[in-house]
Design a binder for this molecule. Structure first.
Ligand code: HEC
Length: 119
């Protein structure tokens, strides 16, 4: 398990330093930017959220795919709840994809940028 984790961490570091964050429309000087990068790395497979350049909800007939976060407003505490508990209903979204300070950064980003297409 350990070599896999190290490889993932190295890959993430390379991705960050080598401008692996194309598609992110959050300005780099926005305090929410680090959260957008994390979101694009960790949450992209299952959630669409345009400011992070992700399209993960495009194919909702795939069961694991999560809600399109362009279409839902989320409070910071709801995002933290979803991260810690694995969504609201449980069972599909993995819990603790990000933790600690990274979880707060993602929550800052999602609560600021989600729901831009909400009616
Ligand atoms: C393996 C797929 C998967 C990954 C990875 C994933 N999610 Fe989810 N997420 C889901 C599914 C499915 C739901 C809906 C079911 C539920 O709420 O339990 C969901 C629900 C949510 C919700 C609640 C949305 C609402 O209004 O109902 C939020 C917020 C959320 N996810 C944020 C995140 C964040 C932030 C990350 C990355 C740290 C992430 N998700 C990673 C699949 C995923």
């Amino acid at each position: 398990m350990r070599p896999v984790l190290i490889t993932a961490a190295v890959a993430a570091a390379i991705g960050l330093s080598a401008c692996g964050s194309e598609g992110i429309s959050v300005p780099k000087d926005d305090p929410a930017y680090p959260g957008a990068v994390l979101f694009s790395q960790r949450c992209a497979g299952c959630h669409t959220l345009t400011p992070a350049g992700t399209q993960g909800s495009a194919n909702r007939n795939v069961r694991v795919q999560g809600p399109n976060l362009d279409q839902r407003k989320e409070s910071r505490s709801d995002v933290l709840f979803a991260i810690r508990n694995g969504g609201f209903s449980g069972g599909i979204m993995p819990a603790n994809v990000v933790t600690g300070g990274q979880a707060s950064q993602v929550a800052d980003f999602v609560s600021k940028y989600a729901g831009q297409e909400a009616k």
